[in-house]
Design a protein around this ligand. Sequence first.
Ligand code: AMP
Ligand code: MN
Ligand code: MN
Ligand code: MN
Length: 273
Amino acid sequence: MLKCDLHNHSVYSDGLFTPAEVIDMAIAKGLDAVAISDHDTVRGVKEAVEYGKSKNIKVIPAIEISTFANNEIHILGYNIDYENPEFLQVVENVKSMRRSRNERILNKLEEMKIKLDRSALDNDHSNIGRMHIAREMVAEGYTKDINEAFDIYLGTNGVCHIDAVRLKPYEAVKLIKRYGGVPVLAHPQRYYLENVLESLIEGLLRYGLEGIEVYYPKHTKEQRDHYLQLAEKYDLIATGGSDFHTHKPNCEVGIANAVLDEKACKKLGLEYK
Ligand code: AMP
Ligand code: MN
Ligand code: MN
Ligand code: MN
């Protein structure tokens, strides 16, 4: 079994640490492999891969694509051809979509007399999203914490929610496949799909879904075992990660205790041990 953490965010999306800092945390935990899987961007991947080489830890190129079909569904992509100009163009389009959505959210917040410092929400290297807006709301004293910002304003049922233009889950699966990657359904527990989860998996299998994120901090032991069974049933690889953004109770690199079996290692190009 190979110890890994294949789901982490960095400053290139809504994490608070650089790829190198996250990788150092993975090394400190004694992990064999790590991935920086930023939301809708691969901007941190090259430096992550290079840093991994210099530190002798396997870094798997990754992305976490936000999609929507009734529900927000996240698709992880591993070993994607992250320097392919066509792929980068598709990803850039998502970024400009995010910019216009952020603008609309900020305008709606202003209608509610919440006037945020826009300069804090526009830097070129981060893929700015709702998490950044939520942090700014807390920093400027409009909400007591990030959860409240999402519950009242930014979440799907929040008063300032703006639907994002998103790919559909199957489109993200196809996109990842087209550029040589391994598509994996992220954190299945977070969709509350229960018995329709299998329909989602069956649908995505037709487009090339290859894995399911089995090991995840919020998954109970029962859920983890259930997803492991689903992986077996549908011949998917079982992956896992902590979804680390920053230090909070119960959130640190490696906390998912994810392990990869021989089949997953083979699919991800890792040497099994
Ligand atoms: P965006 O990519 O702009 O749609 O924002 C999505 C990100 O916001 C997620 O990846 C989480 O980091 C965060 N997020 C979404 N919903 C919530 C929530 N209810 N509470 C806290 N954070 C959330
Ligand atoms: Mn996030
Ligand atoms: Mn996610
Ligand atoms: Mn994530």
